[in-house]
Design a protein around this ligand. Sequence first.
Ligand SMILES: C[S@@+](CC[C@H](N)C(=O)[O-])C[C@H]1O[C@@H](n2cnc3c(N)ncnc32)[C@H](O)[C@@H]1O
Length: 307
Amino acid sequence: MKTKHIPVLADESIHYLINKESGVYVDCTLGTGGHFTKISENTNKDAILIGLDADQKAIEYCQKNLDIPQKHFFINTNFKNLKKYCYRHGYLDVSGILMDLGMSSFALDDAKRGFSYDKSGPLDMRFSKDQKTTAAEFINTAEPEELREVLQKYGEVRRPSAIVNGILEHRSSKKIETTTELKQIIARRTPYRLRKKILSQVFQAIRIKINNELEILEKALEQALQLLEPEGRLVVISYHSLEDRIVKHFFKEKAKDCICPPEFPICKCDHQQEVEILTSSPKTPSQEEIDKNPRARSAKLRVIEKL
Ligand SMILES: C[S@@+](CC[C@H](N)C(=O)[O-])C[C@H]1O[C@@H](n2cnc3c(N)ncnc32)[C@H](O)[C@@H]1O
């Protein structure tokens, strides 16, 4: 862990998240605890704070470096287990849940994690060592069609075939094991002016695939809603258009009374509105925040309140 992560949209997320000072709050993506510390500073001594992270190193960092006066728990788990762990600790209703998706700067800057094309290291990219498949295993075994689909869908790479062919050619003689090898394959097949963008897109696509990020997000949103008490809030910060779309659709659906197709003359779904959307359009960082922390540039914050 090298770099301390600067929390994105910190004031805005806390402003929305905290509806009562003595509530139970869950930070599903603890990282180095920037948001968690802010939650602590904005709640009173009776609040209970729970921080989850799939990354054992993030948990160790927070255990060592955070000074939280309230009763709190740091739990090393994927947030797909959000409900299970809250129940296990006896918290069946919570006042606020935060998800600040993706990975933190310290994981990105740790060459051994393999997230960054700028750092030479093993092609790992797992948020947690408990996950079986590394990025290298995926890259070396996936069918060409799957590689193409992952790059196109999760990375929005416009023309993935050249890169996929490069991967196939390389792996037919030698396994791709490091970030540098993958970077060179991509660099050789992309025009110089687009290189950085395409490198980011490909690395991001593989990370999303390896960590099953979109499916897990869908499951976790559902659990979060079930855990919230009336007037409890769910705050989600996303950095990728597909993540934001999932969050937006989930919020919209839960804010509607009827989800029947528009051609139905009368409602047959019995769906009931469960939440109110507090951000009619997503909140984004100011230019000042982006200048200080370029990683914030693609952030979108959306919030719902349970009825
Ligand atoms: C953007 S960082 C959060 C930074 C944090 N808000 C802070 O202020 O330091 C995202 C964190 O979420 C963790 N993470 C991502 N997906 C996760 C998941 N499905 N379950 C649990 N943790 C996850 C990553 O390991 C990373 O530490």
